[in-house]
Design a protein around this ligand. Sequence first.
Ligand code: 3H9
Length: 691
Amino acid sequence: MVRAENKGKISLVSIDNPPVNALNADVRQGLVKAVQAAAADPNVQAIVIASSGKTFTAGADIAEFGKLARPPSLPELIAALEKSPKPIVAAINGVALGGGLELALACHSRVASPDAKLGLPEVKLGLIPGSGGTQRLPRLIGAAAALQIMSSGEPVDAKAALSLGIVDAVAEGNLVETAMAQALNLARNGSWPLVSESTDRSTSEAREAFEVAAVEISRRAAEMPNVATLVELVRATFEMSFEEGLALEREQFLRLIADDRSKALRYVFFSERETARVPGLSRDTLPRPINRAAVIGAGTMGSGIAMCFANADIPVTVVETSGAALSRGMERIEGTYDVSVKRGTITSEEKERRIALIRGQVGLEAVGDADVVVEAVFEDMGVKKAIFSELDRFSRQGAILATNTSYLDINEIASATARPEDVVGLHFFSPANVMRLLEVVRTDKTAPDVVATALSLGRRLGKVPVVVGVCFGFVGNRMLARRTTAAERLLVDGALPHEVDAAVTQFGFRMGPFAMADLAGLDIGWRTRRSLGTKAAVADALCEAGRFGQKAGRGYYTYKEGDRTAHRDPEVEHLIEEVSYSLAVKRRTFTADEIIERLMYPMVNEGARILDERIAARTSDIDVIWLNGYNWPAWRGGPMYWADRVGLRRIAARLEVLSEESGDDSLEPARLLQRLASEERTFADLARERV
Ligand code: 3H9
């Protein structure tokens, strides 16, 4: 785990704990021993801490959190490093995150490789840096800059780290040799700086700049208690001694690690990584190479998907049936990139570079050189089957043939080609160039290496790919449909759109279902309902009145020209009351808790069915889908994780009542939910059983 060797007058200590050099008990113990041995060795004048592998260290071992860990603790190790009688230099290659950066901050100098990334991402786990980071980083680079880094959780690159003063040098040549030279310099000088003793940055200007940053940051993260704590701890660097600040940091870290929100966020961290483990797919299944893509259809989804490829440096051909449709698509792409340039997220040169990667062409023969073809035309089985049968002729052997359908049967689509084993669903979420979720839909015949390719391609596109099976709506939309029905029913039974939306935003979503429907446009659902022969009395009545949502200036709410603020509309509320009256429903009021129950329990119920049918391999996959495709609040862990906390027994009992009251059989507790509830078990227990 930790190796030490003498290189001349230097003890070179290397951390070797693949895959990411997490600082578990063995590593901590190894480091303390190595530094003690170096201190006692008369031939050693200085120490360099480096790493084997591509990562300096990803920080504390998150898997140890909540368990009794063997000593020394990370704070103990870090204190020992800073107090070392011989200077220590950190040679940082790859990433230095969390406790990894905190360890480097306790060293007496830091040298980074040009590709290094340094950060304190604890905030994303509902925590704060807990090994001195909140006290050392402000003393090193100033409180405002340190607060920005710690509250965003985003790493900075080596160049930025150098200009901020986090590292003392970026090694142009060999990193370890540069660090060794630096270590010898410090030893020769006979003295070295301790970040904990620095007071250079504690000026009144620095305090002012910090207070300004603190106001903005506290406002943005109101629901996360750890961000307020972070602000308090950075403020302490002006008001307390280093030791007092450190003690306060420790106290707060231990409080937060026991907080339910942090537990949920740690679950999310591991769940997202768990999605890579796909039943029936071994680590030896090699993905096919993808050097060029084609997207069929230049509508909203098609152009968004094309941008995903260009953003990942993969040349892509957009295929349409007419020059006019193609021009509209290319204009949409250009317009979206223009917005990014205006917002400063990309430069205009970068925009041009990306657009140059997108080629537009009329006619399916243009897919000929693509390694992956994504069909993104409108939802019509006949049209899709015709395209897939033509792909046999135009697409090269071995190409992945993907469809972006959001609910059609992909087994049937695949039956139209002579190569069903190459067919897979790549279900992007709108806007495709923004949303992180990618449902990878495996059909009965999809070849394992096609699934592996879809997963690795998804990651290359910056997505979180989750493998699911074929069913109507797959995982995300199938569950969403239950929420949509429940939301409509709430209106009929007595609630108003703003009451439902308020309960949902209070729960932690950024938007409620009705504000969301207005944003997406009500006409899409209306068209789908008509094609399926289903009804939603309120939504249908709004569409009949031409209230298609934000784009029409009117939907569940009213909007002023050029303004997305939703305003209550008495006309809508009257219309809803009329619907209730026509259905002979006696309206009543609902509390926020009742609204949440009615919206979320049916979704959890559908999730249980999805698990029972093995459409999703595990509960955490369902949670990852909701977190990344539907903005489920991360600190609540996802719908299935949340359900375990509510209690499955309670959910099953409430569903029985709701089903009876409404006469809707789909609300009857699913078989799996009933079984788990009666056995007093959880979805998490089921996940452990299925491993
Ligand atoms: C902390 O440091 C607290 C301190 O302030 C105070 C303590 C007292 N621990 O993401 P990948 C595993 S909090 C345990 O797929 P990549 C991960 O589960 C920590 N395991 O690779 C996966 O396992 P598997 C602050 C970890 O190349 C494997 O490594 N640090 C940890 O895409 C590969 O991970 C963070 O929050 C860990 N710390 O990305 C950093 N990190 O193969 C969190 C990773 O079994 N980590 N694993 O599924 C990351 O951001 C990314 O993993 C990293 C690599 C960028 C390092």
